[in-house]
Ligand binder design. Sequence first.
Ligand code: 3HC
Length: 285
Amino acid sequence: MEINKVAVLGAGIMGAGITQVLARAGYTVAMRDLEQRFVDKGLATIRGNLERAVARGKLEAAAAAAVLARVRGTVDLKDAVADVDLVIEAVVEVMAIKQAVFQELDQLCPPRTLFASNTSGLSITEMAAVTKRPQQLIGMHFFNPVPVMQLVELIRGFETTDETFDCCRAVLEKAGKTPVEVREAPGFAVNRILCPMINEAIFVLAEGVAAAADIDRAMMLGANHPIGPLALADMVGLDTLLLVLEGLHRELGEDKYRPAPLLRKMVRAGHLGRKSGRGFYDYRK
Ligand code: 3HC
């Protein structure tokens, strides 16, 4: 099956990034969020990224205009998904909400439509189980910032077919991404490894072993990471990080995944990283 029209649910950091990347690859994309202000913010992010690419001579102005013309922002779910080949959800990381979304999509979309979830680590099988097309649902895990990061984890749920997998792999390759095949497991491959590392950095900070800037400098200069783990936590969002760690802890039942109490406290305080202006660093200036 050939994919031409795509809908992306959620116009946040990930949803807008996914929309941009797919529109740039030639797909027609409907980007849907619950409120017009979220849609407008997502569209502004995409416009800003394209303008920067034009200013740096990496994209022709006419090509940027063509990319934008392929994107349609909307709050109307039915209108967004009525005739698409693929829906990618990038809504909040709560299983009950994702299941409700897929149940609704199952009613609204034609039988051919494939479903993908950009979840950071929740069970693809559990989402697929509430639909009548579990073989057409897959995990498509993009990395932040989506326009820059090469990798997408392509996750097979219990019933995902080869046809669904191959179709989605072709979409990602056309969009210039490098998919890796992952069999479903909590946190998949990357977050299973990455998030405990970031969590450990938060323990190191909380225990007073080293200051935040020194922890980050140490990992950049001593392990060749592009940015330090605490700066990365701020970029990913501390709420998202906490949800991933809670999922690993709950599902795998091992203490090594226990979220650092400081992380929990910061999330409770609303210090979520870049998106809220404060995290391990202050972004308000
Ligand atoms: N959106 C779009 N483009 C961006 C961007 C953003 N948010 N941030 C940076 N860029 C672009 C810049 O425009 C620039 O493009 P150009 O080369 O075409 O001019 C390019 O990226 C490099 O940017 P900078 O020179 O400003 O900055 P850096 O050299 O520091 O690179 C970075 C930025 C690539 C984001 C680098 O800091 C990095 O690799 N960070 C680590 C990212 C990472 O590990 N992400 C994974 C997070 S885990 C995750 O997402 C999973 C989730 O489930 C938790």
